[in-house]
Design a protein around this ligand. Structure first.
Ligand code: PMP
Length: 396
């Protein structure tokens, strides 16, 4: 049976990661994979996480299963983190399951949507995180795209987006990135979120908000402000969140899928379906990451420390955005790169050609994915000049 299989191409980002690891050039720079890096190019464990882990090691009393929804303390705290003061108001309508990462949350959401309406189409931004498409298709759902990033002007195609969303059939799902859009870094502003929220209500589509970078853009609250406008406006929505980036818990696989229903009765039914989906995929989530987040958010001291560490990561990313633009412009390049300063999170498109990307890799050992998406956190004060000179050379 296995012999009938046809080989599939490796994920381009994972292939790039492997090529980078094998490169012996001491000046090599990895701008591919979407992982935060510090000035030394490392992805260290946060101090708040280390302290929470020490506490867990000391206090854990059982390795028995934690239940289908996972750690309930974690689930409630994630609702507060996502919804802020709205979480108390929405408590009767929101139900959350802890999931293996944000990817697990999206996969659970996809199956949940298929249970609600197997004919539903999921509308995603052009472009979007490539895995979005496979995750929804894996649940048998159709995926279609709506205009979002303006490659030419390096901004948003907001009018085109609204025109497209007005045509979305009632009952379909519209996926929105809460902040730090992956791959473009272009986010909706507060006014635009209000327009989308009203549209969701009028047209009757269900918003699914993917929030994988809360705290990496402007602040924990500002990055969730759009999601909160939606939660205030629509009767139902889905939120898929991840603690991979903001808690640096990548390999612990910790995220959440939250359903907001129109009332308590529908929320309870939705919850039973959500848990049945979980049971059918992985039965129960792992405990470690959830306990860490629950411990941090349950302690004033650790929360304070985490806020500081998160602000440090965010400030570094935003500082690097300016540094990249200033260094590129110092090379007298013809292109204007100032758009990079106005985008959010770890990603932006450099907007250079495939040939130029290939030259960067071959001649300078600078690794960028073919779309020209760069992970801003991959540069540092030590390599920024090398990077800027290399880019200036290949685009001249
Ligand atoms: N959504 C988006 C937009 C992402 O960029 C990512 C991570 N690359 C995820 C979800 C999933 O994150 P994870 O499964 O690592 O928590």
């Amino acid at each position: 049976m296995f012999s009938n299989l046809k080989p599939l191409p490796t994920d381009p980002i994972l292939g790039l990661m492997a090529a980078y690891q094998q490169d012996t050039n001491p000046n090599k720079i990895d701008l591919g994979v979407g992982v935060y890096k510090n000035e030394q190019g490392d992805t260290p464990i946060l101090e708040s996480v280390k302290k929470a882990e020490a506490f867990r090691l000391e206090n854990e009393t059982s390795k028995s299963y934690i239940g289908l929804a996972g750690d309930l303390g974690y689930c409630r705290k994630m609702e507060s983190l996502l919804l802020g003061e709205h979480s108390a108001l929405l408590a009767d309508r929101v139900r959350t399951a802890q999931t293996p990462g944000g990817t697990g949350a999206l996969r659970v959401a996809a199956e949940f949507i298929a249970r609600c309406n197997p004919q539903a189409t999921v509308w995603v931004t052009t472009p979007t995180w490539a895995n979005h498409i496979s995750l929804f298709e894996a649940a048998g759902l159709q995926v279609k795209e709506y205009p979002y990033y303006d490659y030419e002007n390096k901004g948003l195609l907001f009018d085109e987006m609204i025109t497209a969303l007005k045509q979305v059939p009632k009952g379909d799902i519209v996926l929105l990135h809460a902040c730090c859009h992956n791959p473009s870094g272009m986010d909706l502003n507060q006014e635009q979120w209000k327009v989308v929220a009203e549209l969701a209500k009028d047209v009757g589509f269900t918003p699914l908000v993917d929030i994988a970078y809360q705290g990496f853009g402007a602040s924990l609250n500002e990055d969730a402000a759009g999601l909160r406008v939606l939660a205030d406006t629509v009767e139902e929505m889905i939120i898929c969140s991840s603690c991979s980036k903001n808690f640096g818990l990548y390999r612990e696989r910790i995220g959440a899928c939250s359903i907001i229903a129109k009332d308590t009765a529908v929320a309870n039914v939705s919850n039973s379906v959500l848990l049945s989906v979980v049971r059918g995929i992985y039965s129960m989530p792992p405990a470690h990451g959830a306990t860490i987040v629950d411990t941090i958010l349950g302690s004033e001291e650790l929360t304070g420390l985490w806020h500081q560490e998160l602000a440090q990561m965010r400030d570094r990313i935003n500082g690097l955005r300016s540094l990249i633009v200033d260094n590129l412009h110092a090379q007298d390049v013809a292109q204007d790169f100032s758009f990079i300063k106005h985008q959010h999170g770890m990603f932006s498109f450099l907007s250079i050609t495939k040939e130029q990307i290939e030259r960067l890799q071959k001649e300078y050992a600078i690794y960028i994915v073919g779309s020209s998406r760069v992970n801003v956190a991959g540069v540092s004060k030590a390599n920024i000049e090398y990077f800027a000179k290399a880019v200036a050379d290949v685009i001249k």
